[in-house]
Design a binder for this molecule. Structure first.
Ligand code: GDP
Ligand code: MN
Length: 382
């Protein structure tokens, strides 16, 4: 889930990171007494970047600023962030992300941040482990390789990067991007904008989103389709894919990505993608099938593909459970089933027996090889 700026900054503040003072204002609300209003900014709280260029960040003193932002958002009740102005001497860019391939935290820093960051030179990249001894020294050395960062700035950036990397890990963030990271005239660094994305699979380790980050949670829920919301309530992730023609049920993101590619290559794009939120896929399999069948009822969807691994558990039990579920709720379009089964699962029960049992329950084809499964599907409905 992407956190809106105000809730991302509240999280950073909780970790002792310098952010401007700010309050969330709903229509008709005024800032608390003593809030420094001169030069303050009003900022739309939407989970998108590029607000500055779209007129969604304005000086609060500008007459009608709040109304103009709310009109541009199409939401007269939208809460806005009123934020004290920072005397910015220099705008930098700093981001930390989880590099899944390297299984490490990657730091990206650019000497020219702000709304035109993409037009500037590509950011400097550096892998860091915030708990390793000498982490800050390593960042400092990386920053000092070129001439973009003078020693004082490089030292401040290195200390901040290590602290933010700890926040990234502690808060299970996939991304923590500060743009602009403002350097003030006295040298201090202040996070003037914040884009934080939390790994949904780790949500259970934190306070419920509705309590800790209510606005982000509400915006994320509003962006879900009704079926995606139902999946979330049942403990797994569903992403609907516009233009898809095959309702796809898979277990785990890796297998899902593989089938997504195979279907795409076959000219039969998937209409949905599923992933585990917590726990194993087995517990939510009936719900996954039920949602897939709802998608399969749409006129443009031609088939349902069900592909799962059963590791070394007995195949027989799985096949019988699936056959029973299909007799109770028959597939609305041809159903193609795949099991990636290890040898142990086939002890005393062959794929042929499984095929016969499933055919009797209305399954069009059963294969253990994903490519063969997609070929069978294409031959039937492509
Ligand atoms: P974004 O366009 O959605 O990324 O929104 P930002 O929060 O980054 O705001 C856009 C721009 O407004 C920034 O790049 C800054 O140039 C400017 N800005 C935001 N906050 C301040 C501030 O406190 N002081 C100054 N001088 N400029 C600010
Ligand atoms: Mn920004």
């Amino acid at each position: 889930m992407r956190l809106i700026e105000q809730e991302g900054k509240a999280l950073l503040r909780r970790h002792g990171i310098a952010v401007p003072r700010g309050v969330l204002l709903r229509p008709g609300e005024s800032p608390p007494a003593g809030f420094p209003r001169a030069g303050a900014f009003l900022k739309a709280q939407v989970p998108e970047g590029g607000r500055g260029k779209r007129g969604l960040v304005r000086r609060a003193e500008e007459p009608g600023a709040a109304e103009a932002i709310r009109a541009a958002l199409g939401d007269p009740a939208a809460p806005l962030l009123l934020e004290e102005a920072m005397p910015i001497a220099r705008e930098l860019y700093l981001a930390l992300r989880v590099d899944g391939t390297a299984q490490a935290i990657e730091l990206l820093v650019s000497a020219e941040g702000g709304v035109e960051v993409e037009a500037g030179a590509p950011p400097l990249r550096h892998h860091l482990d915030p708990e390793a001894p000498g982490a800050a020294a390593g960042v400092f050395a990386a920053l000092r390789k070129g001439d973009a960062f003078p020693p004082d700035l490089a030292a401040r950036l290195a200390r901040l990067a290590v602290r933010l990397a700890r926040v990234l890990a502690a808060e299970d963030l996939e991304l923590l991007e500060i743009n602009p990271l403002a350097q003030l005239a006295d040298g201090r660094l202040v996070a003037c904008d914040a884009k934080l994305v939390r790994d949904d699979a780790a949500a259970f380790r934190h306070a419920p989103a509705a309590e800790e980050t209510p606005l982000s949670a509400a915006l994320a829920a509003a962006a879900l389709t009704p079926l995606e919301r139902r999946a979330r309530e049942r403990g797994f992730h569903l992403v609907e894919l516009p233009g898809g023609t095959v309702a796809m049920v898979t277990a785990g993101a890796g297998l899902g990505m593989l089938m997504l590619d195979l279907l795409g290559d076959a000219g039969l794009p998937a209409a949905c993608f599923m992933d585990n939120a917590q726990g194993g896929p087995d517990e939510t399999m009936p719900e996954r099938l039920a949602l897939a069948f709802e998608i399969a009822r749409r006129p443009e969807v031609k088939a349902t593909l069900f592909y799962t691994t059963i590791a070394s558990r007995p195949l027989k039990g799985r096949v019988e459970a699936l056959a029973k579920a299909l007799r109770e709720s028959p597939p609305p379009k041809p159903l193609f089933v795949g099991f990636a089964a290890a040898h142990a699962s086939l002890a005393g029960y062959s794929l042929e027996e499984a095929r016969a049992a499933l055919r009797a329950a209305g399954v069009a084809a059963l294969h253990d090889d994903p490519l063969e499964l997609v070929r069978a599907l294409k031959a039937a409905v492509g």
